[in-house]
Design a protein around this ligand. Structure first.
Ligand SMILES: NC(=O)c1ccc[n+]([C@@H]2O[C@H](COP(=O)([O-])OP(=O)(O)OC[C@H]3O[C@@H](n4cnc5c(N)ncnc54)[C@H](O)[C@@H]3O)[C@@H](O)[C@H]2O)c1
Length: 314
């Protein structure tokens, strides 16, 4: 892996579900003095790093911080996620799009050399084939989150083609982690279920039992993020965003797997507005381009992930 320790890194939205774990891994790779955390609020996770209070919508302040720390790489994680975005669509559009423009424009102006910006399986919609959804297919998202991610993908490719910006992106599936709480997505149930299983041995799920969705354990997602950002530029052939395949399961399947560890665990189903979002998304992902172009391989399957989550949360 090609790691240039001279390049200082900024994570925007570093206190979120992904940011906290990405920060830890980037600290190992670059040294904590070369990684700067930015967010609208402080977090104990920033104990070893320089921290800047930053609203990504404030481009002047962003530039000031990029210059102050001589930042070369930006990981832009600040966004409103699927369920939260539906409650505040216009702000979600503003944050998810203008935040991206602010970073891409600074790259265009020569202040930043490399950008990571995550997309999501939410770019797909009800007219997309649901099983083994391919990289190139019908994309008609019906959520404000999905619309913003699809537009973001197109803008990333545009800045690459028109301005040569080295921007890299992955369409994350639902991410499952124990180090930090999820931030308001439709797949959050697959994290909450572990906390409740250990605390009360029961869980009320906001999706129906047979709602299968593409998911991934956080260590795999962080590894994918680091691998795409450190692959040689010529290997990154897709500058919109790459499909990333992990595991696919429904609430009933994860509950059954949890029962192998906690036999009297009970689950009830009470679908809410998130059911409609989940119904519009793929159930599993075909990521052959990702495997071919930069050698991606998922490692955690459902049983290993469930064991690891329960062990770590205990
Ligand atoms: N977690 C998932 O399952 C998942 C799946 C697909 C895609 N993604 C994408 O990955 C990225 C990170 O997701 P996450 O789960 O860590 O989200 P999160 O909600 O947990 O974290 C987002 C962080 O951004 C910060 N933030 C919010 N507004 C900000 C602003 N204006 N300026 C600076 N910081 C701000 C928040 O305080 C929070 O710490 C997002 O782009 C999200 O769409 C996440």
């Amino acid at each position: 892996m090609d790691v240039n320790k001279e390049e200082k890194v900024l994570i925007i939205g570093a206190g979120g579900q992904i940011g906290v774990e990405l920060l830890e891994e980037l600290n190992k790779l670059y040294g904590s003095s070369n990684v700067v955390a930015a967010d609208v609020k402080q977090s104990p996770a920033f104990a070893n790093n320089a921290f800047e209070v930053l609203d990504v919508l404030n481009k002047e302040r962003l530039l000031e911080k990029v210059k102050k720390h001589q930042i070369k790489q930006v990981y832009l994680l600040a966004a409103l996620l699927s369920a939260t975005a539906e409650k505040n669509p216009l702000y979600a559009w503003q944050l998810n799009m203008q935040g991206l423009f602010n970073v891409l424009e600074l790259a265009k102006e020569g202040h930043i050399q490399k950008v990571y910006w995550p997309s999501s399986i939410a770019v797909f919609g009800p007219t997309t084939p649901k099983q083994n959804t391919p990289q190139y297919t019908v994309m008609e998202p019906t959520t404000v989150y999905g619309i913003s991610k699809l537009a973001g993908e197109r803008w990333c490719e545009y800045y690459f083609l028109k301005h040569g910006i080295d921007v890299r992106s992955i369409r994350y599936p639902g991410l499952i982690s124990y180090k930090s709480a999820p931030g308001g997505g439709t797949t959050d149930y697959a994290v909450h279920i572990f906390h409740e299983a250990l605390k009360t041995k029961s869980y009320e799920c906001f999706l129906s039992e047979d709602t299968a969705l593409p998911m991934m354990y956080m260590p795999d997602a962080i590894r994918a993020t680091i691998e795409i950002m450190h692959a040689p530029a010529e290997k990154i052939k897709i500058r919109g965003s790459y499909n990333l395949g992990g595991i696919s399961f429904n609430p009933k399947q994860i509950a059954n797997e949890i029962r192998k560890h906690i036999p009297d665990f009970k689950i009830a189903y009470k679908p809410d507005f998130r059911q409609q979002i989940a119904d519009s998304w793929p159930q599993s992902i075909d990521d052959r381009e990702t495997q071919t172009d930069w050698g991606w391989k998922n490692t955690y399957q459902l049983p290993q992930m469930v064991s690891s989550m329960l062990d770590n949360l205990k």
